[in-house]
Design a protein around this ligand. Structure first.
Ligand SMILES: Nc1ncnc2c1ncn2[C@@H]1O[C@H](COP(=O)(O)OP(=O)(O)OP(=O)(O)O)[C@@H](O)[C@H]1O
Ligand SMILES: [Mg+2]
Length: 238
């Protein structure tokens, strides 16, 4: 039987063991953050640091444990989820996403998709827009995140990078905390510091920093997580 609003992943690559393990450690760290931390933004200073990769894999792993989790794609400038994972609806209908919902074209039911994992739901952005700032400032966005936080244990929000536009600050302002992705060997300390200040201004507590895309001795990638509980400040390896 076809499940309604079911998302199919045409491509769903398995992760190498080391990455799977690193995401698992990140998941465990997050489980210690306490029940008030529900809406978590995944962000970085610059493009291409692995935000969407971290958000997707974290969401998947947490859903696998049975904890109700939703991933909300809030990068409406440059979302690549639907193409990267060759996503489609099982019922064959045209997919609609975050920007359609926020502009009022469709209802939540048209964009909130279920997956093979009963605990893992997702809202993907399908149509990128030139200026999504207005959509993020619309109260519909804040209401969406807050409503989801009532229904799901975790709401992961994939954001555009901090450096370019103010979108991520707006999103951070609504979220309970943020995970900052840093590309190992590529992002400058100055950029990371500027991002931390930006997040402080946005009033979004830094939950931890993921050092991502670091080549290991075998030439692969892994994550490291420098996490601290909310309220204890952050730790960044200098
Ligand atoms: N830990 C990792 N291991 C292997 N590949 C990774 C890892 N992190 C990111 N990548 C790859 O690096 C590329 C950039 O990652 P991703 O799209 O997640 O970055 P992003 O920060 O979301 O970029 P953007 O700023 O454009 O949204 C992708 O091809 C992704 O698959
Ligand atoms: Mg991304």
């Amino acid at each position: 039987m076809t499940q309604e609003n079911k998302l199919v992943f045409g491509l769903n690559p398995e992760l190498p063991y080391a990455i799977e393990e690193a995401v698992n450690r990140l998941r465990i760290n997050i489980s210690f953050l306490g029940k008030d931390i529900r809406k978590i933004m995944i962000v970085s200073s610059e493009p291409n640091e692995g935000k969407s990769f971290v958000a997707m894999n974290l969401w998947k792993q947490i859903a696998k444990t049975g904890e109700k989790t939703i991933l909300i794609d809030s990068d409406m400038r440059n979302s690549t989820f639907s193409t990267k994972y060759a996503m489609s609806r099982e019922d064959g209908k045209e997919m609609k996403g975050t920007s359609h919902y926020l502009s009022g074209d469709v209802e939540l039911d048209d964009v909130l998709m279920h997956t093979d994992d009963p605990a893992g739901d997702i809202i993907v952005n399908i149509e990128n827009v030139v200026n999504p700032s207005l959509l993020l400032e619309n109260s519909r966005y804040e209401e969406l995140l807050n409503a989801m936080a009532q229904q799901y244990r975790y709401v992961f929000v994939d954001a555009p990078p901090l450096g370019l536009v103010s979108d991520a600050e707006r999103i951070g302002n609504i979220c309970d905390g943020v995970i900052l992705c840093v590309r190992g060997g590529a992002t400058s300390k100055a950029a990371v510091r500027a991002s931390i200040q930006q997040l402080e201004r946005a009033g979004c507590p830094l939950l931890g920093i993921v050092l991502n895309r670091v080549s290991d001795s075998k030439g692969g990638y892994y994550h490291k997580y420098y996490g601290k509980k909310y309220g204890e400040g952050y730790y960044y390896k200098r």
